[in-house]
Design a protein around this ligand. Structure first.
Ligand SMILES: O=c1ccn([C@H]2C[C@H](O)[C@@H](CO)O2)c(=O)[nH]1
Length: 140
């Protein structure tokens, strides 16, 4: 799957965004190293804090289906601009690998490519927990 094809999947996913409060639809599409695609949209909530971003929707769908080997994530909104993931999403994404490719799209023909390590430098990750004596998340 090309970057452009993954962006197209994110644009399609954006159609499902549930955004009665912000009116700011976002779509994401995640490619696994095995070649499977999981899409996501933002899902808002009257309590506001219950809102889930498009990126995390896609990640939680993948992980809950047993797919943790994330290769790339494409993100797009309705803005005529690039929409970068929020801080919470960056932290969740880096959980699954500093090398994950981030495709930040304005359209299917106009996107920027980064790694999540570029977007969240000097991050705190599972490897830091492993540095504790014996590790505190052994066996996970
Ligand atoms: O990268 C982003 C940025 C924002 N949002 C959502 C959260 C909220 O529903 C709306 C406005 O912040 O956009 C995402 O889904 N992904």
């Amino acid at each position: 799957m090309t970057d452009k094809e993954l962006v197209k999947k994110a644009i399609e996913a954006k159609n499902n965004a549930y955004v009665p409060y912000s009116k700011f639809p976002v779509g994401a599409a995640l490619l696994t190293k095995e070649g499977r695609v999981y899409t996501g949209c933002n899902v808002e909530c009257a309590s506001y804090g219950g809102t889930n971003c498009a990126e995390r929707t896609a990640i939680f769908k993948a992980v809950s289906e047993g797919d943790r080997n994330i290769d790339a994530i494409a993100v797009v909104s309705d803005l005529d601009d690039y929409t970068y993931p929020c801080g919470i999403c960056r932290q969740v994404i880096v959980e699954f690998g500093k090398g994950i490719k981030m495709i930040i799209a304005k359209s299917e023909d106009d996107f920027r490519v980064h790694t999540i390590d570029d977007l969240l430098p000097h991050s705190f990750t599972p490897e830091d927990l492993e540095k504790m004596d014996g590790g505190i998340n052994n066996g996970i």
